[in-house]
Design a protein. Structure first.
Length: 446
């Protein structure tokens, strides 16, 4: 305990690190405040009564968890950061097939700036579409005992235009805050915004479950056993996906003047899950799209029958969700780790894999191994993501299963560890001990 106290004390001794942490916390507080500022024109008393009778065991309840309750509050941050993530997905996918985006990716810092700008434009476009659906179609359909949450005198364009403006502005502001946290704060800003929103739903998940147990609807013992098994499964999968496969690289001896270089064996660590939690976040952003579009047609029997296939607990939803996660795991791994670049760098430095010729054969060898070890990693990620849907069928409330389910748990653990890594780096650079002197966090950086 004393070691942990010393570490926290050291954090606030470093001026730059202290400023970064306080800056990050300040912006995250603004994120949470914005989730409680209701859109103008909405009757908050009717809204609270209507939301109290809404079920959370659906995709909108899952979305509400990602935005920290802002969606059920009809707040200015109701869209959350999801439009930005959706735009990032589109741009990254486009980089694989569109020559212009491929050219920008090869232009270094200038190209990244242009890609960032295109992502921002895409965020605005997606936000406009989603906010119009929420303001013009979703919110007017909510009522309690026949009383709409939007008074009759302002329904129509008088409510829709200001609501769309606030929702789009809220998303752009959150996007800006995420970028500021990444640049001037600590950790990845977008991931931290999702992290703090998920954490916010914890008390509500506990309360929902307590009500069900207290009313006799659910059995506490059975639920604890089911959740314990689920957590153990997820923990085991997380440990497996953190594993690595090391490839030995031999460097030939080179004599320059009187100095001898090389002649040693080093290793290339290939992680089973190079992509981390990003495939789940990307896949979830995509799965929100069809459900959002289908919700715009509440009076169409065909559209509502199609919506049943995209219900959070349906088999179709789980299957498509799993396939998208597997795809994005491979896609994100290909972006994060390029075997051809690794092979070229090894060749320039005089390194080679024993038994493999340098150049193209080395690239193909690394790519083959990476493909094989990524498959179980992607499948395990998919299992973790769809577990809550099956757990909710066993009687556990939707909000409780979602919070302790694979997606939420994996995002929270991944973001927390990555943020601690950055804090650890600042401490070690200034010769302070980090959170884990044994090196467990440091091994993740490898």
């Amino acid at each position: 305990m004393g070691k942990l106290q010393d570490t926290f004390r050291n954090i606030f001794k470093i001026h730059e690190l202290r400023q970064r942490i306080l800056y990050t916390l300040g912006l995250l507080v603004i994120v949470r405040v914005g989730a409680h500022i209701t859109l103008p024109g909405i009757d908050t008393s009717v809204l609270s009564d209507a939301m109290a009778n809404q079920t959370t065991d659906n995709l909108f309840g899952f979305y509400d968890m990602f935005v920290g309750g802002a969606f059920s509050n009809a707040a200015i941050f109701a869209l959350g950061i999801m439009p930005y993530i959706s735009a990032s997905i589109i741009i990254q996918l486009g980089g694989a097939v569109i020559p212009y985006l491929q050219k920008l990716q090869r232009e270094g810092e200038e190209g990244r700036k242009k890609i960032t700008q295109l992502t921002r434009y895409g965020t605005v476009a997606i936000s406009l579409f989603q906010s119009w659906g929420i303001a013009a179609l979703h919110l007017p359909s909510i009522n309690f005992n026949g009383m709409p949450i939007i008074p009759a005198e302002i329904q129509g364009l008088g409510f829709t235009i200001p609501a769309v403006t606030f929702l789009v502005a809220g998303t752009i502001f959150m996007m800006w805050m995420g970028e500021q946290i990444t640049d001037k704060g600590i950790g990845n800003g977008i991931s931290l915004i999702i992290f703090i929103n998920i954490i916010n739903r914890f008390p509500f998940a506990i309360l929902d479950e307590y009500r069900l147990v207290a009313s006799g609807t659910n059995n506490l013992v059975i639920e604890l056993v089911v959740l314990a098994i689920m957590v153990m499964i997820i923990a085991g999968i997380v440990l497996v996906t953190q594993g690595t496969r090391r490839i030995p690289v031999q460097y030939a001896k080179r004599v320059v003047g009187r100095k001898v270089y090389g002649g040693v064996t080093q290793y290339i660590p290939l992680r089973v899950n190079t992509a981390g939690v990003m495939p789940i976040i990307f896949a979830q952003a995509i799965m929100f799209i069809p459900s959002t579009v289908l919700s715009f047609f509440p009076d169409s029997e065909f559209m509502q029958s199609m919506a049943g296939y995209f219900n959070y607990t349906s088999f179709t939803y789980s299957f498509i969700y799993a396939i998208i996660i597997i795809f994005f795991t491979y896609f994100y791994t290909a972006i994060a780790f390029n075997p051809q670049d690794v092979a070229e760098n090894m060749k320039k430095q005089g390194g080679f894999i024993p038994g493999i010729r340098p150049g193209k054969q080395t690239s193909e060898f690394i790519d083959n191994i990476l493909t094989k070890i990524t498959l179980p990693g992607s499948v395990f990620l998919a299992i973790v993501a769809i577990l809550p849907a099956f757990i909710s069928r066993m009687g556990v409330s939707g909000s409780f299963a979602q919070f302790f389910g694979g997606t939420s748990l994996l995002i929270m653990v991944g973001v927390a560890l990555d943020t601690l890594q950055q804090i650890e780096s600042h401490l070690l650079m200034r010769h302070y001990d980090g959170f884990m002197k044994s090196g467990k966090l440091k091994s993740r950086r490898a």
